[in-house]
Design a protein around this ligand. Structure first.
Ligand code: ATP
Length: 365
């Protein structure tokens, strides 16, 4: 039980061959994941992809139809939720409105029969951790949404779980508050050393907070990696498309080395491209180039790509140039607005497109 979980480290979770059916519907299809001790790990994917179901199986609210879940090497898939050193923070906070902030935070410890002095010490520590020292005696209903979220976090952290599960905990907050809570959550994870497993459908949130991200689609994990790997080295079209904006170009593989291939663009220019581990690209493949990894040049004749600007979108920090290539496809360039004033390009203008070194990634078939 949680009373014995005086974790000085976060738990490591190993999921193997997890399948989950609801009647005839398969919500999770053969998921295997290793979540490391003391990691901020995010399950990211569109609505209905199975991330909450996966989280609920770690918590013990659902049983897997098949597969094993280990915590620090020991099987937990059959244990009741309260037998696992795991706690959950829900989207709607689920605080007790008739209790004070301190009583809410100490509630779990009281249920475990902890001595009063110990509860008071932990509550004081938790209030400090979430920067609510002065609010312990307030009713939670007297707090703002962001403060209530911090109480919910403190309550979940108070029994010192080895793993904290967070199911879209920031989605009820407005954008500014959400941004500051993202930084706050990352700090809490680092300070407590507890393993965080965070569920979101917001790709920017996932990139901001995570040590590693698992991108899910239709009950399957499509790719696991550090934020930069998910963004710069997407293994397949779904991942590239779901995370950020991107250009897809069909190319021919010219030659393949150990970790780079040479590919030929439709213009005939050849550029190096990385490819997913374990694949052997050949023939016709698709590469991904992010819009900020390309730039415009006046010398259209010698650039690896060229075309005509058909749209210019001004976004304050950036300007997007949408360029129609010779084959009719569209290519987007993201210009950083380093100076104030207009971007200097106009619709109808013909430009060349330069591609930065080592930015193209070949997708798996
Ligand atoms: P969201 O971001 O919308 O919460 P999600 O990725 O967390 O999506 P899940 O809640 O895990 O998705 O649901 C995955 C699929 O399983 C969905 O199609 C959902 O309708 C279905 N599902 C989840 N729970 C049940 C249940 N108890 N009975 C039947 N179907 C369910």
């Amino acid at each position: 039980d949680q009373s014995s979980a005086t974790a000085s480290h976060g738990g490591a979770i190993g999921m193997h061959g997890i399948k989950k059916w609801f009647g005839n519907f398969q919500a999770v299809n053969d998921v295997s994941l290793e979540i490391r001790s003391n990691e901020f790990f995010t399950l990211l994917g569109p609505s209905g992809c199975g991330k909450t179901t996966l989280l609920r199986m770690i918590a013990g609210f659902e049983l897997p139809s098949e597969g094993s879940i280990r915590l620090d090497g020991a099987e937990i898939a059959h244990l009741m939720p309260n037998q696992r050193p795991v706690n959950t923070v829900f989207q709607n906070y689920a605080l007790f409105p008739h209790l004070t902030v301190a009583e809410n935070i100490g509630f779990g410890l009281k249920m475990l029969g902890k001595p009063k002095a110990e509860i008071e010490a932990v509550v004081a520590e938790m209030l400090k951790l979430v920067h609510l020292e002065a609010r312990g005696n307030n009713l939670v209903t007297q707090l703002s949404g962001g403060q209530q979220q911090r109480v919910a976090l403190a309550r979940a952290l108070a029994p010192r779980p080895k793993v904290l599960l967070l199911d879209e905990p920031l989605s009820a907050l407005d954008l500014k508050l959400r941004k500051s809570m993202q930084i706050e959550l990352k700090r809490l994870q680092a300070e407590t050393g507890i393993t965080f497993v965070f569920v979101t459908h917001d790709q920017e949130e996932a990139l901001t907070m995570s040590d590693r991200i698992a991108v899910m689609s239709q009950g399957e994990v499509r790719q696991v990696g550090a934020p930069w790997e998910i963004y710069d080295r997407p293994a397949e079209r779904f991942v590239a498309d779901f995370i950020g904006e991107t250009n897809f170009i069909d190319v021919d593989v010219v030659s393949v080395g150990t970790d780079r291939a040479l590919v030929r663009l439709p213009s005939g220019a050849e550029i190096p491209a990385t490819f997913p581990a374990g694949t052997q690209p050949s023939g016709k493949v698709t590469i991904v180039i992010r819009p900020e990894h390309a730039s415009a040049t006046a010398s259209a004749a010698t650039a690896p790509l060229s075309g005509t600007i058909h749209d210019i979108v001004y976004l304050g920090t950036d300007t997007h140039l949408h360029v129609r290539l010779a084959d009719g496809s569209s290519f987007m360039i993201r210009l950083q607005n380093a100076r104030s004033g207009p971007c200097g390009y106009s619709v109808g203008e013909e430009i060349g497109i330069e591609i930065s070194d080592d930015v193209a990634q070949i997708l798996r078939d």
